[in-house]
Design a protein around this ligand. Structure first.
Ligand SMILES: Nc1ncnc2c1ncn2[C@@H]1O[C@H](COP(=O)(O)OP(=O)(O)OP(=O)(O)O)[C@@H](O)[C@H]1O
Ligand SMILES: [Mg+2]
Length: 353
């Protein structure tokens, strides 16, 4: 049984169709991330699951029950909003317990849950402080704690780390991953940060203009993106794209020939078909026998490795290089594209071939 199921969900604001026939089955224990650019409908979908937003069509099920017309408080969910305003005059302890006290949860049970959540989030030393006496990351953890004490089966997070600096984000990512593992809870998590999505998710739904373009594990998304949009959105540094032509299992790009050994076509392509070839920078290598001759442009050091940029005909191509190799590289080089890691797309439909 799915923890959360969304069937045929649609939603408009006036003439603007924000969600278009969304299907999203989420299994118990999944960490599902809704990923996509600003305005694609992530928050609207999360709010629809929470019951904070009416929908025009479709069904939302939680834990096997149809909750489409049920109040948010009756859906068995707990939510962490992007703007996680804590009650400024209350201590951390009171912030954590407030939601339970208004629901008349017995005093001992409230204390037990606050203690449990505080320990889990490592804020047990801070219970008597006011929010103004906390760092950003500590406040964020209190906000997450407020949701955790609800002991819901399903947690909904809307960009919960967006206000934190890079270092804190990384720390909180690790905490959230640990939390998910410890609780075994089902989490639906909104972000537009593809690195956050890749590191946290068990499954990612990539959204674009109100639709889900691909719903898959992070590995599948990365290795076999279903559309050009997904291929371009996921991965940093980004995938390289070059237009070419497919002639008897070989991609022709300008003067270069790239034989495809064992490419798993999703449909049978036509001979002579135009394609867009996608290849990630780590699958472009310097090699004396490489298929492409290119000119070195510049090097971008990234710490553990260096991104090398090259000009091949009218195309600019990046390759992930070992810093020692990249240093001092100049002039004409030969590049090899690893055929096992190529993605091919139909330029008219943008779908993976
Ligand atoms: N109450 C509203 N009335 C009218 N339009 C709305 C309303 N809420 C959202 N929208 C529009 O619906 C679209 C989707 O909004 P939504 O908040 O779901 O995007 P999002 O993917 O969460 O974006 P972001 O990453 O910026 O938070 C946007 O074009 C937005 O302007
Ligand atoms: Mg949003």
């Amino acid at each position: 049984m799915s923890a959360v199921s969304v069937f045929g969900l649609s939603k408009s604001f006036g003439h603007l169709r924000v969600l278009k026939d969304i299907h999203l089955p989420i299994e118990t224990g999944d960490f599902t991330v809704l990923l996509g650019p600003s305005g694609c409908g992530k928050s609207t979908l999360l709010n629809a699951i929470a019951g904070l937003e009416d929908t025009d069509a479709g069904i939302v099920e939680i834990d096997g029950a149809d909750v489409t017309h049920r109040e948010p408080s009756k859906r068995g969910i707990a939510m962490v909003f992007q703007s996680y305003a804590l009650y400024p005059t209350m201590s951390v302890r009171k912030n954590l317990s407030f939601g339970l006290r208004v629901r008349s949860v017995p005093r001992q049970e409230v204390a037990r849950r606050v203690h449990w959540a505080a320990k889990l989030l490592q804020i047990d030393e801070l219970l008597d402080r006011k929010p103004s006496q906390l760092s950003g990351g500590q406040r964020q953890r209190v906000a997450i704690g407020r949701a955790l004490v609800q002991q819901a089966k399903v947690f909904l997070f809307d960009e919960p780390l967006s206000n934190l600096d890079a270092k804190l984000r990384t720390e909180m990512r690790v905490e959230l991953k640990r939390l998910h593992k410890d609780l075994g809870a089902t989490i639906v998590y909104v972000t537009h940060d593809q690195i956050e999505a890749m590191t946290l998710a068990t499954r990612i739904a990539v959204m674009r203009a109100g639709r889900i373009e691909q719903y898959a594990t992070p590995d599948d998304l990365y290795e076999e993106p279903a559309t050009l949009f997904v291929a371009a959105f996921v991965g940093s540094p980004a995938m390289n794209f070059m237009p070419g032509r497919l002639i008897s299992s070989t991609v022709h790009i300008g003067s270069a020939r790239l034989p495809l050994n064992g490419y798993r076509f999703r449909s049978s392509p036509m001979n002579g078909q135009e394609v867009v070839l996608g290849i990630r920078p780590e699958h472009v290598q310097l090699a004396p026998e490489g298929q492409l001759e290119a000119e070195t442009l510049f090097m971008e050091p990234m710490g553990a490795d260096t991104l090398g940029w090259f000009q091949f005909g009218e195309h600019r191509l990046s390759a992930r290089l070992v810093p020692q190799v990249a240093r001092g590289l100049s002039g004409t080089v030969r590049l090899s594209l690893l055929a096992d890691h190529v993605s091919l797309f139909d330029p008219s439909t943008e779908a993976r071939l």
